[in-house]
Ligand binder design. Structure first.
Ligand SMILES: [Zn+2]
Length: 197
């Protein structure tokens, strides 16, 4: 049976997380806990970074510790002891073969839990905490991390010509005959969040 150990940053968690995002685009692993908690009067999210990690597994619509069908196998976690716990006797670690685990020893299993998804991380690194302003995390308003990175890669509207969408006053980006917003919409099929542009 898995056992859970509460991990609390400073300041401590005061509410449930809405969503967990993770960024594997770098050598290290950055996990954003979207929690919208007031920290010194500012709505904030928590970014947790690990210098290195062995493996990460996202369970978008899989089990949740509060889901009744799993209460037999997964003990209920007290309110506010999540969104971040360390897992002892990890089921995931138990099913990995020894060749999948680093020869350096047994990594720790951290579990990030939100209302919408969970993320398991196997790592030898200690988590580092960084509260950031929620409104900076516009990435969560995109449908996926890939969409967010695509939007960032479009570039700036530095052309002298207007976007070719009728009625649009914005200028073109260098890679397109459209502005940033309309280029994104043409490729990804929906408008980017207003706060992103
Ligand atoms: Zn446009």
């Amino acid at each position: 049976m898995e056992k859970y150990k509460t991990i609390n940053p400073i300041p401590t968690f005061e509410r449930d997380a809405v969503e967990i995002f993770h960024d594997l685009h770098r050598d290290n692993l950055a996990v954003t806990i979207c929690i919208d908690q007031a920290v010194e009067g500012v709505l904030s999210d928590l970014v947790v970074t690990f210098e290195s990690y062995v493996s990460a597994m996202s369970l978008d619509d899989h089990w949740h510790p509060k889901a009744p069908e799993y209460l037999d196998s997964f003990p209920t976690i007290e309110s506010f002891s999540w969104p971040l716990v360390e897992v002892d006797e990890s089921l995931w670690l138990g099913v990995l073969s020894s060749s999948q685990i680093d020869v350096a020893g047994i990594p720790k299993n951290y579990r990030f839990i939100s209302l919408n998804n969970t993320l398991d991380v196997l790592t030898f690194s200690e988590p580092k905490f960084n509260w950031v302003k929620s409104e900076q995390l516009i990435s969560r308003q995109f449908k996926s991390n890939e969409d967010y990175y695509f939007f960032l890669a479009i570039g700036t509207e530095d052309s002298e010509q207007r976007c070719n969408e009728i009625g649009c006053e914005n200028y073109r980006v260098s890679s397109s005959r459209k502005c940033r917003k309309h280029h994104f919409e043409m490729i990804r099929g929906y408008q980017p969040p207003v706060s992103a542009s």
